[in-house]
Design a protein around this ligand. Structure first.
Ligand code: ADP
Ligand code: ZN
Length: 210
């Protein structure tokens, strides 16, 4: 199965991607995670991407398309994959079409800007392993400490309130038009994001089995 997860920043794509990975045994490919790893490692790619990311802006299409082209060539993608955070612009979606990749379904997880703003302000991530938590909805067992690896939990720079507003504006302008793009291809499925993660997951699984 080849899937795309669409949705606003903070709509919970990453969390749902993990659930799909467990059930369908296909890899999740998150361009955000790939970029953050590159920034952390200080690679050429990381150096190029960092200033855009910190400002809540999209990284240029040609950089992102290059990352995806390489990643989809790897062996684990043969049985399918979930794209989380790609494509985010029409040119990126077009590039994916031009690569001849046949996507089965595009799931759009819809959450209001208001709910997103509230969620993002409470989001914390592990500084070591990138696991994510929430001060209200997904608390770690010990405050400020990662359950998985004991690393320190921090707020991502791009989760700061001003940056969140910039990311939402960017989403509406650049990414939301993808809904129409995929609707025309007859592959768009809309899932209303629920307050409880498990409730959204149930809707996601139902949409995939449909
Ligand atoms: P979110 O929490 O907004 O879903 P991600 O973790 O997917 O964020 O991405 C974080 C940042 O990485 C984005 O704000 C953007 O700067 C960059 N990025 C990730 N994926 C893409 C993409 N497909 N195109 C352009 N920029 C991207
Ligand atoms: Zn951790």
């Amino acid at each position: 199965m080849k899937l795309i997860l669409l949705g606003s920043p903070g709509a919970g794509k990453g969390t749902q991607a993990e659930k799909i990975v467990d059930r369908y045994e296909i890899p999740a490919i998150s361009t955000g995670n790939i970029l953050r790893a590159a920034v952390k490692d200080g690679t050429q790619l990381g150096l190029k991407a960092k200033s855009y990311m910190d400002a809540g802006q999209l990284v240029p299409d040609e950089i992102i398309v290059g990352i995806i082209k390489d990643r989809l060539k790897e062996d684990d993608c043969k049985k399918g994959f979930i794209l989380d955070g790609f494509p985010r612009t029409i040119p990126q979606a077009q590039a994916l079409e031009d690569m001849g990749v046949e996507i089965d379904k595009i799931l759009d997880i819809e959450v209001s800007d208001e709910a997103i703003t509230k969620r993002m302000s409470g989001r914390r991530v592990c500084s070591k392993c990138a696991n994510s938590y929430h001060l209200e909805y997904k608390k770690p067992k010990v405050d400020g400490v990662c359950d998985a690896c004991g690393g320190e939990l921090i707020q991502r720079k791009d989760d700061a309130p001003e940056t969140v507003q910039a990311r939402l504006a960017e989403y509406h302008e650049m990414t939301e038009p993808l809904k129409d793009f995929y609707k025309k291809l007859g592959k768009l499925v809309i899932v209303e994001g629920q307050e409880e993660v498990a409730d959204t997951t149930a809707l996601v699984f139902a949409a995939l089995e449909d």
